[in-house]
Design a protein around this ligand. Structure first.
Ligand SMILES: [Fe+2]
Length: 301
């Protein structure tokens, strides 16, 4: 068979109106309990829903993978993935991470990012757990490997993030802003105002008794509840009514050190009916969406 005939065998086509919206499985609202990282040996626990997404690789969303990294006291673990961006948040414990760019120390509430790294080893001084997200699934889908880092690594201490929240808290609450939060950035990604060139993250305070009204965006959110009291949750649904309330929402409860997935395009609102301030750390593929001009973030009035 000559190449023309061979290549022609690959061809398929579809009538336009019947095929304009391919039938891909939706990203589900998916919780991942803290019990996954609170027991057992030192290991990486992939928050894998590839069976639902029908991706041939582990994934939490088509382009992102979230993991819990459990490290028992005085133990270590190496994480190494083909990704352009990695975001870590320290859920519990303290320790250090040895990277090609140097060794950083960390404790509960700190976050840090790495570009296309060649492997990093995490050492725990006490029982520790990291929330680790990256865009490895996107690269697997593309069949690509990174050729160069697109940003320099960054370290966001809990003290820095809490200080920034304290600075904006009063004015945000007085003006009833939709968030009491800080979008975390990297000076190499100032154009998109994101934590890496593909990923986005926010450190968001949901004060006791507060409601943060619905909004939606085309990026997926892998939300870590950093701290939460009881009766704190996110309502998630496809549509809002004329009063800006989400129709038939799914309720994702916040519980400290748990993760839930907010599907792309779905409306979501945050509710704290407890007497304790709550914090959430969502990670999204919104760096990529912002750059592609496809984020389409909308807020109810
Ligand atoms: Fe959101």
């Amino acid at each position: 068979m000559n190449p023309n005939q061979q290549w022609a065998e690959q061809v398929v086509s579809w009538e336009y109106t019947a095929a304009a919206t391919p039938d891909l499985n939706e990203v589900p609202v998916q919780p991942f309990p803290a019990s996954l990282h609170e027991q057992g040996e030192t290991r990486v626990i992939a928050l894998d829903i590839s069976a639902v997404l029908e991706t041939p690789y582990v994934a939490t969303a088509p382009g992102l993978l979230a993991n819990y990294v459990r490290i028992c006291a005085c133990e270590q673990i190496t994480t190494n993935v083909t990704a352009t961006s990695e975001v870590f948040f320290v859920m519990r414990g303290s320790g250090r991470s040895e990277t090609a760019n140097g060794t950083i120390t960390w404790q509960q509430g700190d976050a840090f990012t790495l570009p296309s790294n060649q492997g990093v080893t995490h050492f725990a001084d006490e029982d520790s757990a990291l929330y680790w997200t990256h865009d490895g699934p996107l690269l697997t889908y593309l069949g690509a490997t990174p050729t160069a880092p697109r940003f320099k690594p960054a370290f966001y201490s809990k003290a820095y993030m809490d200080g920034e929240i304290a600075r904006i808290r009063e004015i945000s609450m007085q003006q009833k802003r939709n968030r009491v939060g800080i979008i975390l950035g990297n000076s190499d990604c100032a154009k998109t105002k994101t934590i890496t060139h593909t990923m986005w993250s926010l450190y968001n305070l949901l004060p006791a008794g507060a409601v943060q009204k619905p909004h939606r965006h085309q990026s997926v959110a892998l939300d870590l509840a950093v701290f939460s009291g009881p009766d704190t949750y996110t309502l998630i649904g496809k549509k809002v009514d004329e009063n800006g309330n989400i129709i038939d929402p799914v309720k994702a409860m916040w519980a400290t050190n748990t993760v839930f997935v907010t599907p792309p395009g779905w409306w979501h609102s945050h509710h704290n009916e407890s007497d304790q301030d709550a914090y959430v750390f969502p990670v999204q593929d919104a760096g990529l969406h912002t750059y592609l001009r496809t984020l389409d973030i909308q807020f109810v009035r």
